[in-house]
Design a protein around this ligand. Sequence first.
Ligand SMILES: C[S@@+](CC[C@H](N)C(=O)[O-])C[C@H]1O[C@@H](n2cnc3c(N)ncnc32)[C@H](O)[C@@H]1O
Length: 268
Amino acid sequence: MTVHLVGAGPGDPELLTLRADRLLRTADVVVHDRLVGPAVLALAERARLVDVGKLPGGPRRAQADINRLLIEEGRHGGTVVRLKGGDPYLFGRGGEEAADLRAAGIDVEVVPGVSSALAAPAAAGIPVTHRTVSAGVTIVTGATAEDSSGVDWAALAALGHTLVVLMGVGRAPELASTLIGHGRCPIEPVAVIGSGTLSGQRTVRTTLERLDRVDVPAPATIVIGPVAALVDLPEWLPTPPASAPEPDPATPALTAVATATAPGGIHP
Ligand SMILES: C[S@@+](CC[C@H](N)C(=O)[O-])C[C@H]1O[C@@H](n2cnc3c(N)ncnc32)[C@H](O)[C@@H]1O
């Protein structure tokens, strides 16, 4: 009895690991989150799909219910995949699911995934560390931006290196005022990357003091720090559908996309 706890990556199926791809193609059951897109789920051709996604602000399926369902499916046998966006152990409650499964006597295989915390910035042409610009990066949840529970915002502000904030767009004003209140520079560069690596990817470049004016629909990742102002690096080009014509080799696609991104500007 094994449940495979699999990272689905940030969205584009080309960013799945080989192991994730193989498991999805042979799965009997795939229990997945809301953020796992249709292109990834389509790989699980022979599987029964169970959506246990939680809508932001909407009805939530209790984590305990999800854990119970995984235990039931694990006991039932076959190839059971628990598919989570990005990496299953980064803000995905994967650790809790694995612990409950193990306590119920079910083996767990963890298949790491490409996290949106790194993939979304990279896809927008933003290296989260860059020599002489930022020597470190902290990944943090924005879900507690307005209070001190769980995150030491004063310490984060003092670090002075790149901050990558997940689950932060809904609390962008609190996030900005908390960091500025703890000494972060109001005109520090910020980038908000929505739907990273998906066809609807959108990047907005701004500053900390203007973050409250940014309107990028979730899922979005916020990058705070001087790296967010780097604009001349190549961006992710979504994988074209198999039937799409080959790009014209005379067209400098990467350069064109990169130069369309001006500081403070918006590109689709
Ligand atoms: C519950 S966390 C799970 C993170 C996931 N385990 C990972 O490693 O990417 C969900 C958050 O990830 C970020 N996110 C997920 N997919 C994204 C994407 N395609 N583009 C930008 N941000 C994304 C958003 O901040 C979203 O609120």
